[in-house]
Design a protein around this ligand. Structure first.
Ligand SMILES: [Zn+2]
Length: 178
């Protein structure tokens, strides 16, 4: 980064390039520090980039650029229900099957469908996600719905998704149809 502050479009180009080239989540605070602006400016920049259709998502570990070219991914949505104290077990079970947990969705009484990015693919990321939730006293979205929620899962094969779903079933995480 040069000495001078980057302005507007130049800074947004830099953000986009940085997210794409590093390929890992980067926090708003780090982007702010490196480009010498406030975190609030970064939040606005990211919002503008998203409005232009850039596939950037905010995860608990920071902003992530979702590279659409990264292999063909199979996706599946599963309906789960569990108490907050089983979140780690559920997420670990999924990532152990080679599955990425992309998000959690719930139906909220006021806002309708709410989605939050999770984006965990291994136990280390699960741990980081849960540590962040605990350290900020953030609630799990599913606490608003008595533990009922959906997860979007992705994997490189459809077999991995089926196996993960079977494991969820055996461990009692899937909602059973009444
Ligand atoms: Zn869950």
């Amino acid at each position: 980064m040069s000495e001078k502050k980057l302005l507007g479009d130049e800074r947004r180009d830099w953000i986009l390039h940085t997210l794409k080239s590093r390929g890992i989540p980067i926090t708003g605070g780090d982007l702010a520090k490196e480009s010498r602006v406030s975190r609030q400016v970064i939040v606005s920049d990211i919002t503008l980039l998203k409005a232009k259709g850039e596939p950037i998502i905010a995860t608990s570990q920071g902003y992530l650029y979702l590279n659409p070219k990264e292999g063909a991914h199979h996706e599946k949505t599963v309906a789960c229900q569990h108490a907050p104290d089983r979140a780690e077990e559920e997420l670990n079970l999924l990532v152990d099957h080679g599955v990425t947990v992309k998000d959690v969705k719930i139906e909220h009484g006021v806002y309708g469908d709410l989605t939050a990015s999770i984006m965990v693919s291994n136990r280390k990321e699960v741990k980081q996600f849960l540590t962040k939730i605990r350290s900020t006293n953030a609630a799990f979205l599913s606490e608003l719905t008595d533990g009922v929620h959906l997860h979007t899962l992705s994997a490189t094969t459809s077999e991995a998704l089926s196996e993960a779903e079977n494991a969820l079933e055996r461990a009692g995480f899937l909602i059973r149809s009444l």
